[in-house]
Structures are given as C-alpha cells and as structure tokens.
Design a protein around this ligand. Sequence first.
Ligand code: PMP
Length: 330
Amino acid sequence: IKWTEGRGWHDAQLVPYAPLSLDPANMTLHYAQTIFEGLKAYRQPDGTVATFRPEANARRFQASARRLAMPELPVETFIEACDVLVRQDRAWVPSEGETSLYLRPFMFATEVGLGVRPANEYLFLVIASPAGAYFSGGVKPVSVWLSEEYVRAAPGGTGAAKAGGNYAASLVAQAQAIEHGCDQVVWLDAIERRWIEEMGGMNLYFVYGDGSAGSPRRIVTPELSGSLLPGITRDSLLTIAADLGYEVSEARISVDDWRRGNQDGSLTEVFACGTAAVITPVGSVKSTRADWVVADGEPGEVTMRLRAALLDIQLGLTPDPHKWMHPLGA
Ligand code: PMP
C-alpha cells in the first residue's frame, strides 16, 4: 500500500514475493525512516488459522510512525493487510507443535531526494515466512552479556519505537556478547548504565520467592522507561500472570538488584519474552564487573508455567478470555 502527501493511502496490492527496485537517492537509504512489526499466525486445532493480537501490533506501528514523522496506517488497514496475506499463504501456516507463520509488516520512505526532512512518499508492505519451533530439543536457558559500553536507545530517542535504526545501534554490542560467549545482549539505561531495560529482541521478567509460606512469588518486569520497546508478549504476560494468581508489577530493576537477589536467593527465575521465542529462560549473566548463574541455571517453574499458558492460548488449546486471537477461517 502506498502513501503520498495530499493523497493518503492508495493502491493496495497483493503480489508475488519479488525484489523491489530502489533509486540510489531513496531517502530511506540515507535517513533511515523505516519501521516494522512482527506477529504470528498459528494453526488452530480445528485446522483454521488465527493471528495473535494484531490490533496491538497495529497500534504500536502507529506509535512508531508518529515518532519517525511517518504517516499513521489505520488499525483496520494494518489488520486487513495481514489477513489478506495469511489467507493467501494459509497453506504455509505450519501445524507442528509451536510452529507458526511469522508476519513482518513494515514501512519505509520511497521519495527520492537528498536533504534531511520527512519524506512525502512511503510504502507499507507485509511479508511472511514460516517459523519453526524456536527451541528444538527442549527449552534451553540463554546466556546474556550486560552491555555497559554501548546503549541501544536514550531518553527522548527512538527506543520505544520499532525503528530499524535501533537495531543498527545494537549490532556492535550483540557481536561483543558473542565474543564473550553469550547468546544475547541485555541493555541498560543510557544515563546511569544501572537500570535494566531489555534484551536484543525481547523484554525481561524477574521472579522473586519460591512460593513457600514465607516466600510468596512476586513477578516484576522493568517499567516502560521510554527507551525500551513495549513488547506485546510483555503486555500479555502482565495479564496472564495476574490471571494465574501471581502478584505481578512493573518497576525499575538495577543490575545490583539482580546480582544481590541472586546472591541472597530471593531472585528465583529470570526470563525473556517476545514474539519469536515466546518465553526464554535466562540462565547466566556476564559483564565487565561480574559473572553469575541465575538461580540454578535451569528453566524455572513460573517461567515454564507462563510459557505454557501463553502458548496454549496461541495454539487454541485453551479458552481465550481476553479475545487475543483474531480468527481467519480455514
Ligand atoms: N524488545 C525488542 C527490542 C524487540 O525487538 C522485541 C521484538 N518485537 C521485543 C522487545 C518483544 O516485543 P514483542 O513481544 O512485541 O515481540
């Protein structure tokens, strides 16, 4: 779907997957006005297909567009575009275990010109790709590298938007994580390098207490600081955890809180969540100052319970009390 200044959205098309041709002076290549989303379509037990919370993705896409001075796509148009593609590609929606069809809606400037200002032409597209189970052979905890040198986003920046530039800013730190033998980066706040923000492509959750009489369970996720991405999985888990009777809250969590909670045993589980892996346990942490293993390094009970509860909704194995699934028929 195209957008042109003075004309708005026009010329929606469903076409076979093919390369795009770009002018060398395409403004996106120089000034990075590009935003995207990620969501999944799941095969349901009766053979039909449903997407998970497309409206939430549509709203976040609008928020990203506002931050990047791009036009907002109406929520209904975003959902309709995803629906049309999933219906066309329904044979590609897998049906084994935790598999799905991953959808990637995105928008970028198509105007040709040099000069920094919002473009006056854009293209919105959705592409799709079948996604296998994130974990083959059981859920494995990830190891994380605390990035103290580089930050992904700063207050007033684009961190809360799903903008391409945020990911460009993260690549050097991700390479450092790999060099240190870790799977993923954990980002800290830009000002104090003290507050936990999020992981490369996932939000984080911390579980305190072991559920015994003197040690009730408490689940905490870093509050939306303005520079971390408001994940839709994060948002869904705030609701699911409360539904399951856990005390759950959003708060600031520092690196020292994490280390201390680990040392005194009050912190019992840490996990990351996002569309791609749903929920991933965090097993160990490395930084320039200290390394530690999270609890016993194994996937925790709350982590696995929340993971199953969310996947059961997505795979249609349990009632969907919050009407999160968007059915698309057979
Ligand atoms: N943080 C970042 C930086 C991400 O790229 C993602 C993936 N979209 C997330 C968090 C998790 O968001 P969601 O649950 O909406 O996939």
